[in-house]
Unconditional design. Structure first.
Length: 217
């Protein structure tokens, strides 16, 4: 196994995967409470409350909640303030809390209203994730080859694939950074499962919107 995939003595695959599954459930619950007329700040309060209610502690990375045109922002960019979710719109959640000493990281895009282009953008982010994960599972590609495949497939759908701040990364027992701080996209070898987060971020400049999906390999 690669040295960059090491974990601490307290690492448990079962704890990591159960936390990841619980986080995905929380994201669905949070999304159900978000609707038109709301701001990202209001959604952040719902997020904080929901995660605490389900036993999550501090965040190992700040939560990213993006509404409307802010879905075009990359991870390190600050959202434009006071953006209000519209009746026909799109938003995504990218949450990285800690539970039982293990890092979770899950992100998903949601559409409100009935705009078919937004629905396609949302669905494409998840479809690309499934496609890329399947490619990794079947062919055991390196991190570099995996992201090149993702970029090519996104372009076939007519979307711009975003790698800045969304190039995949390690997770494990907190903090994983003592083992590896880099991007999955830059790993030249085949990577192991249950240690890496695959991130998919796509932009549609014509729609002025983006979509995001991430989960564990």
């Amino acid at each position: 196994m690669l040295a960059i995939e090491n974990n601490g003595d307290k690492f448990s695959v079962e704890t990591l995967l159960s936390g990841q599954k619980l986080l995905s459930v929380c994201v669905q619950k949070i999304a159900q409470e978000i609707g038109p007329g709301m701001t990202e700040t209001e959604a952040a309060q719902i997020t904080k409350s929901t995660l605490a209610k389900h036993g999550f502690g501090k965040n190992w990375h700040p939560p990213k909640i993006r509404f409307g045109p802010n879905t075009l922002k990359t991870y390190s960019e600050v959202s434009e303030p006071n953006v209000i979710l519209q009746k026909n719109d799109i938003f995504f959640l990218d949450l990285g809390p800690i539970i039982a000493g293990h890092e979770c990281d899950y992100g998903q895009t949601f559409a409100v209203g009935d705009n078919p282009d937004y629905a396609r953008l949302r669905d494409s982010s998840k479809m690309l994730f499934d496609q890329v994960k399947s490619k990794w599972s079947q062919e055991k590609l390196s991190g570099q080859a995996l992201y090149q495949f993702a970029i090519t497939e996104a372009e076939k759908l007519g979307y711009e694939f975003v790698t800045k701040g969304a190039s995949g990364h390690r997770v494990g027992d907190f903090p994983h950074q003592i083992h590896y701080r880099g991007e999955l996209r830059k790993v030249p070898e085949t990577v192991a499962g249950h240690r890496w987060i695959l991130e998919i971020q796509i932009h549609d400049r014509n729609l002025n919107r983006g979509a995001f999906f991430e989960d564990i390999l």
